[in-house]
Ligand binder design. Structure first.
Ligand code: FES
Ligand SMILES: [Fe+2]
Length: 443
């Protein structure tokens, strides 16, 4: 019997390291967390045309996502209903149907079983009910062009699951009426660490930036004025310190500086010029407060495994057993951005947080070092500390969620409190959502 209350303190500030390496806990996560969360599948721009498809994972389950003729997106388990082989081994493409490589059953893009070899007297004697052997469908819902899947029909809607976090999602995925686009297929890499270790770093870890990335940041800042906005400075106060937010386990750290996402880029002036040219449009579309978010220093993510640092990386962490994960990373740009800047963004992402990026290698080394100790017996009995800023969170009138200054473990605590709720609950309706609030001045 796994006792979740002994693994995560009620406030989420203290977490047993057993949750980062124990095989039984991992197995339970697949059922309790990945079996009931809204999991990112695709952005609409990855599947623009009818019968475009891509393959991905929900937890450890292979999934295929297909644009239908009526424009909707459907998702299915990517497993042949006859005996179970992976049906589609390609990463993406366009196809009217999918043929199983084992015995040749043919499935349409709607998931229906269309054709079966030896269906008549030479084999099945017309006794196979094809209607009962369509691909296993998965519930799909979308918000601002982002499509998510959920294995649980009883789970709350995606809209409720995001709750007040949508206020922040809007600024990132719909900064202008034309929205954003996901460029290319994802870069992928495997890491020898638990999926939560790789997730929490981007979700909420502002604190590591100076120690882990100090040298890389200095190289990028050479010859430039100023800093990256989160330097240690006890004279700063108010929103100059940035904000950490948690809502329904989703997290965000943000400033409203309008530039932090691009200060490490090579040609910073070009980016500032672009942001300057769009600022009025951002403000018109998002209002004065959120209109400052595009271009600002931001990191965060949607529980449990989809996350972003705009200007640097958008990514999803797929679990592969308790001690391994696969990181998928996309470059995401505003659709209205000039083509040269889109190209620059692809290069900047690769340089910083691509598979061999300057910052990525710093992070990955630390993540695998965590796995070194938490997967060993004595090390697994230690407790990880997420208590920075504990007790300082507040509900502000002007921002959704529970907030603190940015250098705070608020986002981690929300994440692990949520994880514990999922792990303990018998059914989705037992997992409470943060009550939506109407925010004065938060247009
Ligand atoms: S396993 Fe797919 S057709 Fe037999
Ligand atoms: Fe990092």
């Amino acid at each position: 019997m796994i006792e979740i209350d002994k693994l995560v303190s009620e406030d989420g500030a203290y977490v047993s390291r057993e949750i980062f390496g124990d095989a039984d806990i991992h197995k339970l996560e697949m059922k309790q967390v990945f079996g009931r969360s809204w999991l990112f599948l695709a952005h609409e721009t990855q599947l623009p045309d009818s019968q475009d498809y891509l393959t991905t994972f929900m937890g450890e389950d292979p999934v295929i996502v297909i644009r239908q003729e009526d424009g909707t997106l459907k998702a299915f388990l990517n497993a042949c209903t006859h005996r179970g082989p992976l049906l589609c081994a390609s990463e993406e493409g366009n196809a009217t149907n999918f043929t199983c490589p084992y015995h040749g059953w043919v499935f349409g893009s709607s998931g229906d079983l269309l054709d079966v070899p030896h269906e008549g007297s030479s084999g099945w004697h017309n006794e196979l009910n094809k209607e009962r052997h369509g691909l296993k469908p998965i519930r799909v819902e979308s918000y601002k062009g982002l499509y998510f899947g959920n294995f649980d029909e009883q789970a709350p809607s995606l809209d409720d699951y995001l709750g007040d976090y949508k206020w922040y999602v809007d600024a990132i995925f719909s900064p202008l009426p034309t929205g954003v686009e996901f460029l290319g297929g994802p870069m992928r890499q495997r890491l020898q660490c638990n999926w939560k270790v790789a997730s929490e770093n981007i979700f909420a870890d502002t604190y590591h930036v100076f120690a882990a990335h100090g040298q890389a940041a200095r190289i990028c800042m050479e010859g430039k004025e100023g800093g990256i906005g989160i330097e240690e400075n006890d004279d700063k106060e108010g929103d100059a310190l940035g904000v950490a937010v948690t809502v329904n386990g989703h997290s965000m750290g943000l400033h409203f500086d309008g530039m932090g996402a691009y200060v490490l880029n090579k040609n910073m002036a070009e980016w500032m010029a672009y942001l300057g040219s769009q600022r009025e449009n951002y403000i018109k579309h998002l209002g004065p407060r959120r209109g400052m978010m595009p271009g600002s220093s931001i990191n965060g993510g949607i529980f449990p495994n989809f996350m972003f640092v705009p200007g640097f990386t958008f990514r999803q962490i797929h679990p592969l057993g308790p001690n391994e994960c696969e990181i998928w990373m996309w470059t995401v740009v505003e659709k209205d951005m000039p083509l040269e800047l889109k190209h620059e963004q692809v290069k900047a992402n690769a340089r910083m947080l691509g598979t061999s990026g300057l910052f990525e290698t710093d992070d990955c080394a630390n993540m695998e070092r965590i796995d070194n100790t938490v997967s060993a017996y004595q090390g697994s009995k230690l407790i990880s500390n997420y208590s920075m800023g504990l007790g300082r969170e507040q509900k502000r009138d002007d921002l959704p969620g529970l907030t603190d200054q940015r250098m705070s473990d608020t986002g981690f605590r929300g994440y692990y409190r949520r994880w514990a709720l999922f792990m303990k609950a018998d059914k989705s309706s037992d997992i409470p959502l943060d009550a939506p609030r109407s925010i004065e001045g938060a247009e």
